[in-house]
Design a protein around this ligand. Structure first.
Ligand SMILES: [Zn+2]
Length: 324
């Protein structure tokens, strides 16, 4: 199961807790998006509820029902289809699930997939349960940043930190696909140690090969465009939602990183078009750093409902114009 690659240190720590059957009432799994926090959270719950010898055994009744995603002692809280936040009503339902005795095992677990999806009212509804948890209760809150979680909740959770996976863990997955060299290079730099996002992107390459390369080269061509050409490029993205805008900024930040990586000519993939090294040389390290800092700033300020299209347009127009 690729979702469970890496995080050996964290898994060893959680495995000891599972063997001792002595979890804390609440954990905050803190770390970058798509590094496998959710996979580890499910694995931890499975280990706690497993009735086999080597936890998780994968064959006992509890392990099998958990793999089918319908274990009666586990609930996962995430926004309903088409929503960006978890409704307070969902939290209330989850709390009443949480407060009744376990159906099969010794614990009842609630996984909150992303603390960012809980508004203040929803977090406050959860707080009372955290203050007086039932003895069998276990809450696993996943979040990218501490700021995504109310301080009153933070103080009641044990924090478990997740980092990016290393190149050694990631690269064999990419190499196994035998992709064109530039596509492989882009995947490494776009997703790095974010195993969840990388696995999803690798699955996409099965269906629509080399689209990532085209997207990157299309973006690179913008440097030679006057403002109206750049706006036409952005209009072609069909950006009308918040999540695509957020993903687009993440792509641009990664592309700038790729341009920097290409300064080391020995690392350049052999199928790189000639225009790219020229662009990379013309865009100074200082320019690259400034653009990256601006985009990171914009990414942290981007909120659903704000006029993100205007903000993204301004960011694109601030790119220097470079003839390539
Ligand atoms: Zn088992």
């Amino acid at each position: 199961m690729t979702e469970l690659l890496g995080h050996d240190h964290v898994k060893q720590h959680l495995a000891r807790i599972a063997v001792a059957q002595s979890p804390a009432h609440a954990y905050l799994f803190l770390g970058p998006a798509a590094v496998g926090k959710y996979g580890v959270a499910r694995w931890f719950v499975q280990s706690l509820l497993c009735t086999g010898e080597a936890r998780p055994c994968g064959v006992c009744k509890s392990c099998r029902t958990l793999a089918d995603a319908n274990h009666p002692d586990l609930q996962v809280l995430q926004p309903l289809d088409g929503k960006t936040t978890i409704a307070v009503e969902q939290v209330r339902t989850a709390i009443s699930f949480f407060n009744t005795r376990p159906y099969a095992g010794a614990f009842k677990a609630l996984i909150i997939r992303d603390g960012r999806h809980l508004g203040t009212e929803a977090q406050n509804a959860l707080l009372k349960t955290l203050e007086e948890p039932p003895p069998f209760g276990l809450i696993l809150m996943l979040a990218e940043r501490e700021e995504d979680v109310l301080e009153t909740i933070l103080s009641r959770c044990q924090t478990v930190r997740f980092g990016l996976l290393s190149d050694t863990e990631i690269l064999p997955l990419i190499a196994a696909r035998e992709l064109p060299p530039l596509e492989a290079f882009l995947l490494k730099h776009r997703y790095g140690g974010r195993i969840g996002a990388l696995t999803a992107a690798l699955a996409e390459t099965e269906t629509g090969s080399a689209t990532r390369t085209e997207a990157f080269l299309g973006w690179a061509r913008q440097f030679a465009e006057a403002p109206h050409g750049r706006l036409r490029y952005l209009a072609g993205m069909g950006l009308s939602e918040y999540e695509p805008a957020r993903a687009l900024l993440a792509d641009w930040i990664a592309y700038l990183k790729v341009l920097n990586a290409l300064r080391d000519a020995s690392a350049a993939p052999p199928d790189l078009p000639d225009s790219l090294p020229r662009l990379m040389r013309a865009l100074s390290v200082r320019d690259n750093m400034r653009l990256t800092a601006d985009l990171l700033q914009l990414q942290s300020e981007l909120k659903p409902g704000m006029n993100y299209l205007l903000q993204v347009e301004q960011a694109l127009l601030s790119f220097p114009m470079i003839e390539v």
